[in-house]
Design a binder for this molecule. Structure first.
Ligand code: ADP
Ligand code: MG
Length: 397
């Protein structure tokens, strides 16, 4: 689960980390009052969307010379004007996808004088299964680009969970970032605060890009991105309350209501599969035959007919879907339940694209019989390979 920059900064503030003062604004008419509460002389207006690269992004239908989603202004009036200009429009960044994201909130923040922009992140490193720090002197820019072109400029190391955060971790980062004097002490303290916050809230990712040295020589978190482990959000009511459903894919949101493991993708073949491993294999084999999956979907082991119906409805609601492959290896999940779910869903929403069904395992004969007697135009497949080949052929000819 992701949150907005202004929410992340409130958490940082709670933990004592240095951030600028700012106000979130949802309606343009509130902008002047909000900006007026800040000191100036610079006001930065920042679009709040769950995607990075806002500064370099561009608005749809932008006027000539109009800049991205982070704007420096020199008066309360100008800050209010920029807020009004951003709200309700769609911002496209390299992380938002080509469709972009609608800006429903804007953060007006005190402007900082910047000496240097640095990069800092905390994440769960899958290789070591540990929480790792990542830092670089190349802040403010696309870290993926730095990793690709100049990987030697990135330092990354894991923290031993038995000891937790130690001062030497912070000093190692400070040294690597070229910090001097009092900044080293600030860095050791800040890294400890970030580590504590990361652990306390079950985060998956915390990125400060840029972490800056201000013109008065102090460290400050100028941007903040946080991702939380969705499986742990239930034990953090404060974090759950920060969820902004308008930022989520409506199909994924619907799926989460029915406890379905669904992730929307860009392809044309909708997939309904049981088991994450089989779902991955199904996506692979669709690609092998030259098409792209439209989604990952694991309906799980104990799915009911209703759950299967909802899953099927979510797949068919995706306008990109040109064909559907149902691939079930019934273990705990019974093939007849899947068959009934598919039929119930088709009755409700109709079926305008080819449907290939491959059933195997528990109650397979019953499942096949239900489908055969349904009068539905279903292409039966014998195995995974056959199923993938048939759906790709049905879609691509
Ligand atoms: P994004 O990463 O989405 O583009 P950032 O918050 O990192 O958004 O802002 C982009 C750039 O804008 C920063 O690298 C920094 O140079 C500038 N910036 C952002 N916030 C401020 C601020 N409060 N004061 C001065 N400059 C800022
Ligand atoms: Mg940034």
């Amino acid at each position: 689960m992701n949150i907005h920059e202004y929410q992340a900064k409130a958490l940082l503030r709670d933990y004592g980390a240095p951030v600028s003062d700012g106000r979130v604004v949802l309606k343009a008419e509130d902008a002047k009052t909000a900006a007026g509460e800040l000191d100036g002389p610079l006001w930065v207006v920042k679009a709040q969307i769950h995607a990075g690269g806002r500064g370099k992004g561009s608005f749809k239908e932008a006027s000539a010379g109009e800049k991205g989603g982070v704007r420096l202004t020199k008066s309360v009036e100008e800050a209010a004007e920029e807020t009004a200009r951003m709200l309700g429009r769609t911002l496209v960044t390299h992380q938002s996808g080509p469709a972009g994201k609608q800006v429903n909130r804007v953060y007006i923040e005190d402007g900082s004088g910047i000496e240097t922009e640095l990069y800092l992140a905390l994440l769960v490193d899958r290789q070591t299964s540990r929480v790792s720090f990542v830092c670089s002197t190349e802040g403010g820019m696309d870290i993926e680009e730095v990793a690709a072109n100049t990987p030697e400029k990135i330092l990354s190391f894991a923290v031993d969970p038995a000891t937790g955060y130690q001062g030497f971790h912070g000093r190692r980062i400070a040294f690597n970032l070229g910090l001097k004097g009092a900044q080293v002490k600030q860095c050791v303290k800040l890294m400890g605060q970030l580590y504590q916050l990361f652990m306390d809230k079950d985060m998956e990712m915390l990125e400060i890009n840029p972490l800056i040295v201000t013109d008065s020589g102090d460290l400050k978190c100028l941007d903040a991105k946080m991702g939380f482990d969705g499986n742990a959000v239930y034990r953090h009511a404060d974090i759950a309350a920060l969820r902004d459903e308008t930022e989520e894919d409506p199909k994924e949101l619907e799926a989460s209501k029915y406890d379905l493991n669904y992730i929307a993708l860009d392809g044309e073949i909708g997939c309904m599969v049981n088991g994450a491993g089989l779902a991955m294999a199904t996506m692979d084999i669709i690609k092998l035959f030259g098409a792209e999956p439209a989604n990952f979907l694991d309906v799980g082991g104990g799915a009911t007919t209703e759950k299967v119906t909802e899953a099927f409805k979510i797949i068919t609601s995706d306008k990109q879907v040109k064909g559907i492959l149902v691939n079930i290896f019934g273990g705990i999940m019974r093939c007849d339940v899947i068959a009934e779910g598919v039929i119930a869903a088709v009755k409700e929403v109709g079926l305008e694209v080819p449907l290939v069904v491959r059933l195997e395992g528990t109650n397979v004969e019953k499942g096949k019989e239900i489908i055969a007697n349904s009068g539905l135009n279903v292409i039966a497949a014998e195995n995974l390979r056959d199923g993938a080949e048939k759906i790709v052929k049905a879609v691509k000819g």
